[in-house]
Design a protein around this ligand. Structure first.
Ligand SMILES: [Zn+2]
Length: 177
């Protein structure tokens, strides 16, 4: 099962609103399995389908400690029904290269999603788990954690990223000469 390429900011697919999944078939199971493999290899604690170039409402999460990465939680068509409290913690993203910043999120959320068989489940989440779910559901809405930052911080990140992309391009041009 192949590891997929992780799409990086500012690729426009990261800004697309993901469409709901309507068919719970083998293809979906295979996608979730590829996404899990891609997330573990990165390594990361969550991955949304937009991040591998597919704007559909599929997310995988595993926040268990590194040694025992085996508590995979696939969420299909996830929705945050309610949120309360607030927590500020540092976040990063596999699609936002070399950057981390503190983001304010709900401390406690209520979530509705489907499992791989299409059965609807509702559950509550707190703390770090709640944060990761909010981050991934944002992806499905075309939103990134940098959108939660002040415009100054966001501008600084954009500049840094632009410079990085120019450097990558220059390195590529050198190789081709
Ligand atoms: Zn992310």
């Amino acid at each position: 099962m192949p590891i997929r390429e992780i799409i990086k900011y500012p690729n426009p697919v990261l800004r697309q609103k993901a469409a709901p999944v309507t068919e719970f078939n083998e293809e979906l199971k295979k996608l979730v399995s590829d996404m899990a493999e891609t997330m573990y290899a990165a390594p990361g604690v969550g991955l949304a389908a937009n991040q591998i170039g597919l704007a559909i409402q599929v997310v995988v999460i595993d926040i268990s400690p590194k040694e025992e990465k085996n508590k995979l939680i696939p969420l299909i068509n996830p929705e945050i029904l309610e949120g309360e409290g607030a927590e500020v913690e540092e976040e990063g993203c596999l699609s936002v290269v070399d950057y981390a910043a503190t983001v304010k999120r709900f401390a406690h959320i209520r979530v509705r999603a489907c499992n791989l068989d299409g059965a609807q489940v509702e559950f509550e989440a707190d703390g770090w788990f709640a944060r990761v779910i909010q981050h991934e559901v944002d992806h499905l809405h075309g939103k990134l954690f940098i959108d939660h930052l002040s415009s100054l911080k966001k501008t600084l990140y954009k500049k840094k990223r632009r410079k990085q992309l120019l450097e990558e391009q220059a390195a590529l041009d050198d190789k081709q000469d």
